[in-house]
Ligand binder design. Sequence first.
Ligand code: GCB
Length: 648
Amino acid sequence: MHPAAWAALGPLLWACGLALRGGMLYPRESPSRERKELHGLWSFRADFSENRQRGFEQRWYRSPLRESGPTLDMPVPSSFNDVGQDRQLRSFVGWVWYEREVTLPQRWTQDLGTRVVLRIGSAHYYAIVWVNGVHVVEHEGGHLPFEADISKLVQSGPLSSCRITIAINNTLTPHTLPPGTILHKTDTSKYPKGYFVQNTNFDFFNYAGLHRPVLLYTTPTTYIDDITVTTGVDQGTGLVDYQIFVQGSEHFQLEVRLLDQEGKVVAQGTGCRGQLQVPNAHLWWPYLMHEHPAYLYSLEVRLTTQTAAGPVSDFYTLPVGIRTIEVTEHQFLINGKPFYFHGVNKHEDADIRGRGFDWALLVKDFNLLRWLGANAFRTSHYPYAEEVLQLCDRYGIVVIDESPGVGIVLAQSYGNQSLQHHLEVMGELVRRDKNHPAVVMWSVANEPASFLPPAGYYFKTLIAHTKALDPSRPVTFVTNSNYEADLGAPYVDVICVNSYYSWYHDYGHLEVIPLQLATQFENWYRTYQKPIIQSEYGAGAIPGFHQDPPVMFSEEYQKALLQQYHMVLDEKRKNYVVGELVWNFADFMTDQAPQRVMGNKKGIFTRQRQPKAAAFLLRERYWRLANDTWRPPAAGRSQCPEGGLFHV
Ligand code: GCB
């Protein structure tokens, strides 16, 4: 490999294999916990030096970034790629540097009984963090949070401020998730000296930067580190099994109370683990499956320790939805009732901010999902922000929670190093998302080359590991109908299959879809006898392009293609097909390529979230499916404008 490529990887090479430590509870305010969000403008510099190492050679973390050269204002959270006017920054590969000065409340710096934690929601892809020039943490993986306890640093001197420096490298290798490669173009008659590009095997833009909230929060020094909740139902009685992990002391008391939505205590317990029983429990139901979907209880945990100064308590409140999940040979059951996924695949993607978290965008997306009558989505192709899952819990939108295992197609990506990392990522994902009632299944990968011989061992190990981490949820990975052999499918609980008939094959021949799709379902079911979800299908449509009879890229073609799929889905859902997720919710940005017109246009909404004709078709269908699959009691029925039983 060219030296510049190794340099671009930098510490990636020596820091792989970090072990999973402690819990990753979402930082919530409570009587014992404060939080300070570090949204807004950070100082920023991309290291354009040839080996991308100038920042380390000159130790940019040792003093304010502005002292080592010019800086830009960079919004956080946001991708850095699309906010500027610099073409080179848009496609930059290597280290970028973020910095922020923070003033801390006096209590945080002077009260030694306070623990101060820095939490980074996600940094794509490899991050190194310093506080006041001191290295505090590193993290590999662009879609999951990581933390550092910085109490000692901020409590050791007279300073009431601290300087946070974060170096982030977006270089992908065959062993990262997702994988990628650096390609050096060495023909000097065509490319300047040292020229390289990053190649990937996934169909979305590799946005980078601080994509999610960065914040500081406090806890007492003895604190609730993690909570695991699993739920069950026994003849109407809700069962809430809890386990609580404490750090900082071995001598403490734990009290646990479960409150309903009126604030009434419905069950209580003490100690690190136990079972709470809730007679006549309100179950957590998906949207459009019950008159009162998404019922959430609050699990209040209080930890008390004795200190020289008297008793000290830590409080944490976790939303809890009581529900069960079960998979049979041909059904996916939620609370014992057949559940049919009618929804979408999404991306975290929007104009200007790229993959950056944005509340307005999030609420708009949920309003669109509910307008559409969607009851589910898949977090294609990486874990989404925690705030997204919180809204799913609140609105009853069911989630297939996917790891960043997308584009695993190189033989090198099936070795031990990659597997080890993938196991760790599943550990981090389950640790973060295990308590969300909306999450009903883990997806370990999307369209891996599961026909390559090492894929059998790889997926057997990965799926067994994921089930051991969380025995309460089924596991899948998403395959492609084109694959002749699938060495991972024997290990999954549900078959998720993507196909693009009359789009990537038989262009324009919509009439072949019914036969090809029926054959697809019959083959998979015959081989595996497992429920099947059509996890992707769709067609590109450029908004405003019209042609009838339909031709590719017109809104009419997108609609007609979906309709052909729906005919078969309606037949097969009587048997073993348990869901359909259209590709994609909205248009999204990709790498530049002749087959992509300013990104992927398979959205049923534009990138600006305006409906194409297909959105109205799906809306009509999803409301009908909701009314077909769950018939509310007559008294609870109400007409939606299209004549369905539910309100829109
Ligand atoms: C797929 C991939 C998805 C692509 C989509 C397409 O199979 O899973 O990431 O964007 O096809 O539009 O080609």
